[in-house]
Design a binder for this molecule. Structure first.
Ligand code: FES
Length: 90
């Protein structure tokens, strides 16, 4: 089963349960750097869908930036494809 992950209006297929960072270099429109949830380069707004649980480093980053930790903002490098998801580069 695959999951559609839409980044900046471009659709990318990610296998359900797969780490998005594993697909980092093939996701068009996504930008990555540290891949550790520290730099924020891959920050996105989740328009709909789920990317799985927030990692500890992701939670720390979002709190530091004063952003919501309810899943509205995510670091793509920390996401696990859980359902179809549409995200927009923040
Ligand atoms: S690539 Fe640095 S936080 Fe995701």
């Amino acid at each position: 089963m695959t999951v559609e992950l839409v980044v900046n209006n471009k659709t990318n297929m990610v296998t359900k349960g797969e780490s998005i960072s594993d697909k980092a270099h093939s996701i068009e429109g996504a930008e990555f750097s540290c891949l550790k949830g520290k730099c924020g380069r891959c920050l996105v707004e989740v328009i709909n869908g789920e990317l799985g649980h927030l990692s500890n480093s992701e939670l720390e980053f979002l709190k530091l930036m004063g952003l919501a930790t309810d899943g509205k903002y995510r670091l793509l490098c920390q996401g696990i494809a859980k359902s179809n998801a549409v995200v927009r580069k923040f």
